[in-house]
Design a protein around this ligand. Structure first.
Ligand SMILES: Nc1ncnc2c1ncn2[C@@H]1O[C@H](COP(=O)(O)OP(=O)(O)OP(=O)(O)O)[C@@H](O)[C@H]1O
Length: 641
C-alpha cells in the first residue's frame, strides 16, 4: 500500500526568509520515504527482528518484569479464548428447548465462568501495565545513557566529520523509540494472541467462521493503514513547518534579539511570517481531514458490505442445518470484538516499524561513537609537567582544503606564561587544542613530558589541563556548580571554590547575587540571575582556577572585562605562573603579552617568530612589532589632534 507524500505550497514568507521551504536534511527525513514505500507484507516480515531487539534489551535489564509481562499477555489471550467458549456455553443453554427458568439455570455455570474470566482479565491487564511501566523507563534510561556515554568520548576531530555528526544526531531519536517500541510490541503481542485465540475458537466451532472474521476486519484494517500512513506523511510536512515557525517565533522572545526586534522592526516581519506560514499549515490540515473522512467512509462501506457477506454466510450455515443458532451468536460476538483488535494490530505494526528505523539509528550511533572514541589507556604521564614540545606539527581540519597549522616547532616550558599571538585565523586556538590533546596532529609529533601524544593516556593529558576557551560554556546551573564542574570528579570543596572566586575577582559578584552561590546563573527560573558578559568571564576564570591543573590554557580571557579588571586578570595569570602553573595565553591584547616569558607569533598557520617581548620588539621588520605598534598607536594621540 503506497501513499503520496503531501506537498504543501511554499508561502511567500518562506521564500523571503529561507529562499523556499525550510526542509531539513535531518535523520527524521531519512526515514520518511523508506517507510512510505514499504509494503505491508515487507513490514510484517521485520516484525520478529524488531520484537527480538526490544526483548533482548528488556531481558538484560529486568528479567522478572519481562517474564511477568509475557505471562500476563499470554494469559489475557487465553482468557479471551476461554471467554468465547463460555459465551458459547451460555448461548447454547439459552437457545435450548425447555422453560426459561430451567434454561437460565443451565446458563449459570457459563455466566459464572464469564465473570471469573473478566476478573482474571482485569488482574492480568493490571499486571501487564505494571510490568511494562517498570520496564519501559529502565530500557530507555539504559539505552540513552549508553548513547551519551559514547558521545562524550568521541574525538573532537571526528565530530567535525559530517557523517559522524549525522550518525550521532540520528541516534538521539532512537533512545525514545526503544521505549515506544516496547509499548507497541506489547500491544501487537496482545492483539496477535487475542486474534489467534478467537480464530482458534471459531475454527473449532466451524472452520468457515474464520472467514467471517477476516471478511469484516479486512476493510477496517485497510482504512487504518492508509490513514496511519497518511497521518505520518502529513505529520512530517507539518513538523517541518512547525520547526521553521518555531525558529522564527523563539527569536521573538529571545532577549538577545529584543533590541533589533524593536529598533529595526524585525518583530513585525517575523509575526507576519508566522501568520503566513500558519495559513499554509492550516490548508494542509484541512486536506488531511478531508482525505481521512473519505477513507473512513470507504472503509466503513467496505466493512458493511463484508458484514453483509459474512452474515449471509452465517444465514446459509444456519438454514442449511450445519450450525446451531448459539454457535452463530458466538461467531457474531467474536467477529465484532476481533475486528477492533485487528485494526489496532495493523496500526501498531506500522508504528513498530517506524520506531524500529530510529532504533537502528541508535545502534549505528553507538557503533560510530565507539569507533571514533578517544582511545582508552596508553602511557601514563607521571610526575609534574616538564614540557610540551611540538615537532613539525601540522593540522588540517577534517574536510578542510588547507591546513590550519604548518610544521610548527615549539616548546612550552613549565611554570611560565607562554603567549600565542597572531592575526585572526592564524591558528592560535587550533594550536592550543592540539596542546590540550583535543586534536591529534595530522603531521609531525607532539610530546607531553617525553611521551608522544598518540601513545599517551589521553585521560591523563586532559587531567593536567584546564581550559578557558573564548566561547566557554555558560552552564545553566548554580554559580557554585558552575565553578565545581571544573573538577567535578572530586568532591565539592567550598573553601577552594571561594579561593578560586577570589583569584578570579568574582567574590563581589557572588555576594551581590540574592542567593549567593546558590543563585542560578540563568534567568527565568526561581533564584535565577542574569550575569553580565564580564561577570560570566570571571565565573569561567574561577572554574578554570578551581580545576587547579598544571597547564592552564586561556583563550582571550579578558575580552569582556573592563580595563582595571583586565590588568588585574593578567597580573593574576602572572602570579599563577610564579607559583608553578604553566599558562598558555592566547590574546590580542599585546600590552599583556609584554610580561609573558615567551611569545610565539603565528601567521597563516606558521610559526614565524618567537622570543620575549624585548627580543621581538628588537626585530626591525618583525610581525609582532608591527602588531604591537599598530595597537599602541591607537592610544597615542595623532599630531593633528
Ligand atoms: N572547526 C573548524 N573546522 C574547519 N576549519 C576551522 C575550524 N576551526 C578553525 N578553522 C580554521 O582554522 C584556521 C585557524 O583557526 P583558529 O581558530 O585556530 O585561529 P585563531 O588564530 O585562534 O583565530 P582568532 O584570533 O580569530 O580566534 C582558520 O582558517 C579557521 O577558519
Amino acid at each position: 500500500m503506497r501513499c503520496r507524500r503531501p506537498q504543501p505550497p511554499v508561502s511567500d514568507s518562506e521564500r523571503v526568509l529561507f529562499g523556499g521551504a525550510l526542509r531539513y536534511d535531518t535523520p527524521y527525513v531519512q526515514h520518511e520515504l523508506p517507510l512510505l514505500r514499504m509494503s505491508l507484507w515487507a513490514m510484517a516480515r521485520q516484525f520478529p527482528q524488531v520484537i527480538g531487539t526490544v526483548t533482548k534489551a528488556a531481558w538484560r535489564e529486568d528479567r522478572a518484569a519481562l517474564r511477568t509481562l509475557l505471562a500476563a499477555e499470554l494469559g489475557q489471550g487465553l482468557m479471551r479464548a476461554f471467554a468465547l467458549v463460555a459465551t458459547n456455553q451460555v448461548l447454547v443453554a439459552l437457545f435450548a428447548a425447555g422453560p426459561t427458568p430451567t434454561r437460565l439455570r443451565q446458563a449459570l455455570p457459563g455466566l459464572a465462568a464469564m465473570a471469573t474470566v473478566a476478573a482474571l482479565l482485569a488482574v492480568l491487564a493490571a499486571l501487564s501495565t505494571a510490568a511494562s511501566g517498570q520496564l519501559e523507563p529502565k530500557i530507555e534510561r539504559v539505552c540513552t545513557a549508553r548513547f551519551y556515554q559514547g558521545v562524550i568520548r568521541v574525538e573532537l576531530a571526528a565530530l567535525e566529520d559530517q557523517r559522524v555528526q549525522r550518525a550521532l544526531d540520528a541516534g538521539k531519536f532512537g533512545t525514545e523509540s526503544i521505549r515506544t517500541m516496547l509499548g507497541s510490541s506489547v500491544l501487537v503481542l496482545n492483539a496477535l494472541i487475542s486474534l489467534g485465540a478467537a480464530a482458534a475458537v471459531l475454527f473449532l466451532l466451524h472452520p468457515l467462521l474464520v472467514l467471517t472474521l477476516l471478511l469484516v476486519a479486512a476493510p477496517k484494517g485497510w482504512g487504518a493503514v492508509l490513514s496511519a500512513r497518511r497521518r505520518y506523511a502529513s505529520r512530517h510536512t507539518w513538523i517541518e513547518h512547525r520547526r521553521a515557525i518555531a525558529i522564527l517565533t523563539e527569536k521573538l522572545t529571545d532577549q538577545r534579539c529584543a533590541a533589533e526586534i524593536r529598533v529595526h522592526g524585525a518583530g513585525r516581519l517575523l509575526v507576519d511570517a508566522y501568520t503566513d506560514m500558519s495559513r499554509t499549515m492550516e490548508r494542509e490540515q484541512r486536506r488531511l481531514a478531508r482525505a481521512e473522512s473519505a477513507t473512513q467512509a470507504a472503509a466503513s462501506a467496505g466493512s458493511g458490505v463484508a458484514a453483509l457477506v459474512a452474515y449471509g454466510l452465517l444465514w446459509w450455515l444456519l438454514t442449511s442445518g450445519g450450525m446451531p443458532l448459539a454457535v452463530a451468536g458466538t461467531a457474531v460476538i467474536a467477529v465484532r470484538t476481533s475486528s477492533a483488535g485487528l485494526q489496532s494490530l495493523v496500526m501498531q505494526v506500522n508504528r513498530l516499524y517506524q520506531e524500529a528505523m530510529y532504533l537502528k539509528d541508535w545502534e549505528r550511533a553507538c557503533d560510530t561513537a565507539r569507533q571514533h572514541a578517544v582511545p582508552a589507556g596508553g602511557s601514563p604521564l607521571p610526575g609534574p609537567l616538564k614540557e610540551v614540545r611540538l615537532e613539525g606539527v601540522s593540522f588540517t581540519y577534517p574536510g578542510a582544503t588547507a591546513p590550519a597549522l604548518h610544521a610548527v616547532d615549539l616548546t612550552i616550558p613549565p611554570g611560565q606564561v607562554v603567549a600565542l599571538v597572531g592575526e585572526n585565523g592564524s591558528g592560535k586556538s587550533t594550536l592550543a587544542k592540539l596542546v590540550a590533546g583535543l586534536y591529534l596532529p595530522t603531521g609531525g609529533r607532539l610530546w607531553w613530558n617525553g611521551t608522544e601524544i598518540r601513545e599517551a593516556d589521553r585521560e591523563a593529558v586532559f587531567d593536567q589541563v584546564a581550559v578557558l576557551a573564548q566561547d566557554f560554556p555558560q552552564w545553566p546551573m548554580t554559580a557554585r556548580a558552575n565553578v565545581h564542574i571544573g573538577r567535578s570528579d572530586h568532591p565539592l570543596d567550598q573553601q577552594r571554590i571561594e579561593q578560586a572566586a577570589a583569584d578570579a575577582d568574582l567574590a563581589d559578584t557572588i555576594s551581590s547575587l540574592p542567593h549567593g552561590w546558590d543563585s542560578l546563573v540563568i534567568k527565568g527560573f526561581e533564584r535565577g540571575a542574569q550575569l553580565s558578559g564580564g561577570q560570566w568571564q570571571r565565573l569561567g576564570t574561577a572554574r578554570a582556577r578551581y580545576r587547579d591543573a598544571p597547564l592552564l590554557i586561556v583563550d582571550e580571557p579578558t575580552s569582556a572585562l573592563d580595563p582595571k579588571a583586565e590588568i588585574e586578570a593578567f597580573r593574576a595569570l602572572r602570579s599563577l605562573a610564579d607559583q608553578g602553573t604553566t599558562v598558555l595565553l592566547i590574546t590580542h591584547r599585546l600590552a599583556a603579552t609584554a610580561t609573558a616569558d615567551l611569545i610565539y607569533v603565528l601567521d597563516h598557520g606558521r610559526l614565524i617568530e618567537h622570543g620575549t617581548h624585548t627580543q621581538l620588539m628588537a626585530l626591525a621588520d618583525g610581525h609582532y612589532r608591527s602588531l604591537y605598534e599598530t595597537q599602541a598607536a591607537q592610544y597615542t594621540p595623532s599630531p593633528s589632534t
